[in-house]
Design a protein around this ligand. Structure first.
Ligand SMILES: Nc1ncnc2c1ncn2[C@@H]1O[C@H](COP(=O)(O)OP(=O)(O)OP(=O)(O)O)[C@@H](O)[C@H]1O
Ligand SMILES: [Mg+2]
Length: 312
């Protein structure tokens, strides 16, 4: 990494976009742009819409900082477009981004590395829920998730039989695949990764008991505990698992993996985000600050690692 290579260049922070997490992305993007301005970079904030290609051709940028969450931003699409336009960009490349936004596929690849995941099944719009219903009823409570979403959008905990069908139908409206996982009771822990190194695990305690959209984005709704109240051994174990996933799935820059630790004995991997929330109060910046990395250092570090990945 070369210090300051983008200092006299035009930086475009890509934010907003078309996903259901648009509003969160705008906040992440503004915060990241502001951090770079504090460090005297020349920054344009670009709200991504259908005019993006025209905008990039008419007012070129030298490097893109991607602050988009969810579809068309975190799923490899934007990374592919920037590869074609030969604009270096921050974070993971096309393949790693596409894999990690796909929870079902990530589960398979993480499982292959010997990391524990909750038991689960994947349903598509063509599958008949009736044929697996009894199998699911035996496992209640379960959690039903659209395969490629974020911010707990479209996710439901199903405790009673009659709640299953509406939860699956809602999730299938958001994605052609739905994931039904055993609901794991335990301590929720999230681990930030910066350039492949796992930071101190952070514990998330939502007052409502479920870390939903409201708990994530309403001040005071969730308690954040640093370091997470898990043993030193468990801390090292989840950190190691994260670093393994980061390396083997070919992630770059910043990422954040979510786990539930059951009875301080067993960590269950839930998912890994390649473009996690990046407001100053988001989880990755919180963990970074605890480890002595300021928000500006984090964003500048992410920028310095920007590159084209295809053919490299
Ligand atoms: N198998 C599970 N057992 C218990 N709780 C779960 C399980 N899966 C998810 N959760 C809860 O639901 C929340 C959202 O799930 P998950 O992290 O998979 O989805 P997301 O919407 O992609 O989240 P993010 O905002 O982190 O991108 C988790 O933070 C956790 O609180
Ligand atoms: Mg999550």
């Amino acid at each position: 990494m070369t210090q300051g290579i983008w200092r006299s260049k035009k930086i475009g922070v890509l934010m907003g976009g078309f996903s259901r997490e648009r509003e969160i992305s705008l906040k992440s993007g503004h915060a990241m742009a502001e951090a770079l301005r504090q460090r005297h970079y020349n920054v344009d904030e670009i709200d991504v819409d259908l005019q993006l290609i025209k905008r990039l051709l008419q007012q070129p940028i030298d490097v893109a900082v991607i602050a988009l969450h969810g579809s068309y931003g975190e799923d490899g699409s934007m990374q592919g477009l920037l590869e074609c336009l030969k604009i270096p960009y921050t974070g993971s490349g096309v393949l790693a981004s596409a894999i990690c936004l796909d929870k079902a596929l990530t589960r398979v690849l993480v499982d292959l590395q010997g990391i524990t995941i909750p038991e689960g099944i994947v349903l598509t719009r063509d599958d008949d829920l009736k044929s697996v219903e009894n199998q699911i009823f035996r496992r209640l409570p379960v959690i039903v998730k659209p395969n490629r979403e974020g911010s707990t959008i479209g996710i439901h905990v199903v405790r009673k039989r009659e709640e299953l069908k509406p939860a699956v139908e809602e999730a299938l409206q958001m994605d052609s695949k739905v994931l039904i996982e055993d609901f794991i009771e335990g301590t929720e822990v999230t681990v930030a990764l910066f350039e492949g190194r796992a930071l101190t695990p952070l514990e998330v305690v939502p007052h409502s008991g479920f870390y939903d959209f409201k708990s994530k984005y309403t001040p005071g709704e969730t308690e954040y505990i640093l370091p997470a109240r898990i043993s030193t051994e468990m801390t090292e174990r989840v950190q190691k698992q994260c670093e393994l996933i980061f390396k083997n799935l070919g992630l770059k820059g910043i990422a954040r993996a979510d786990f539930i630790v059951r009875q301080n004995k067993k960590p269950y991997f839930l998912e890994i985000n390649t473009i996690p929330g990046m407001m100053e109060t988001s989880l990755v910046p919180k963990a970074a600050k605890y480890d002595g990395i300021s928000f500006e250092d984090l964003v500048e570090g992410l920028l310095e690692g920007a590159s084209l990945k295809v053919g490299s």
